[in-house]
Design a protein around this ligand. Sequence first.
Ligand code: UD1
Ligand code: MG
Length: 458
Amino acid sequence: MTEMQPARACLAIVLAAGEGTRMKSRQPKVLHQVAGRSLLGHVLSSVAEAGADSVAVVIASERPEVGEAALKLLPTARIATQHERLGTAHATLAAREAIAADHDDILIAFADTPLVRPETFAALRGALAGGAAVAVLGFEARDPTGYGRLVEHDGQLEAIVEHKDATPAQRKIKLCNAGLMALAGEHALSILEAIGDDNAQREFYLTDAVAIARARGLGAVVLKAPESEVQGVNDRAQLAAAEAEFQRRKRHAVMLDGATLIAPETTFFSYDTRIGQDVVIEPNVVFGPGVSVADGAVIHAFSHLEGATIGANANVGPFARLRPGAALAERAKVGNFVELKAAEIGPGAKVNHLTYIGDATVGAGANIGAGTITCNYDGFAKAKTTIGANAFIGSNSSLVAPVTIGEGAYVGSGSVITTDVAPDALALGRGRQVDKQGWAKTFREAAAARKAAKKAAE
Ligand code: UD1
Ligand code: MG
């Protein structure tokens, strides 16, 4: 997506210094994943898509790994450290240096609220462009307990009152603060510095920015979002709820883009899954990160794909496992109980049953028989198998890499192939069959006679 507000410089401050103790995890909360990407990664991506040209991530001093993760996701991010947890305004001011630079718009986002869409961040920026000094995101909470309430007067946002500080009348307000906010760059620092901690929690509340701006005669506006978009993650149940919402959205988008999902509620996508037109996805398919499926491909039931590229009109599964580096060209077929890893399957090639192909190239039109295994690993290193176009690998063959099977060559069933096979040759790597005429009959008669003699002797 292109930058939505190209004319205005934008700083995004992502607050990621939360305690996250309710996750009961060794891992920092914001590094837990939704659809294969960390909560932090989702937020960094959304603010970037909304046109943030500079990003500061506020981390807690005891969680340096959050800063490292942020830099991996966005090498230009500035990492600011909050040494004490004294509230959302205090956390924001950890990025004081960035705030003091010249930005038109400042977005403040929470790293534990991963589903806010880029369009929503852009809309907050739009409100600033329209003249507001503060733009907040509100939502109608099913249960408002714990949230800040948006106090309006004559259609103007006057203040945000935290639940713990609210009067009984204010607690009846259903319109709640989602937490994230946009501040006009020219006023941001002075507003943030005016925030005190005279409240029930002795915290520096970012939400006080509204009343301060209003007292100065500046405009404050509320934009509304559905509750599903602003849900935060504090424990594993909420993590699963965020995952479910992400999946709901992605399935819907994939279907509107022209793919058929036969049982959408059983298809699981990653944040970056790309699905073409007229793709059909049967029930119970899981996409890990890094998968793209070209037009007209069919993914049959119970397949698991990760880091895989599926060409146009290719066929996968049922029960296929495609691991990173699996690349199917157009019309390739990969059938049941087949595992591929770092393997290119050429146009129209078939790997239909019970096979492992790893670190390999399979040429166009080749046919890989049932039970074929590439022996690509000797316990220390991986080696490559190359199978030429239109080669035919007989069932239950082991191809001991490194090895090359020439174009159009045949490998006899049950072979163990350890040396290269020339194009159009037949390779047999197995014991020669020996037939002994009448042997079975003679054996049976002798055995039966022995058994009868034993019985008679009893
Ligand atoms: C905040 C809002 C509240 C809103 C709610 C929505 C304030 C004062 N209140 O409340 O109006 O309804 O979010 O979920 O802003 N953080 C830090 N350092 C701190 C404190 C917080 O980095 O010292 C980060 C947290 O990691 C989190 C975010 O800021 O990502 C919000 O903090 P949290 O304590 O969850 O605020 P709430 O009390 O939920
Ligand atoms: Mg919270």
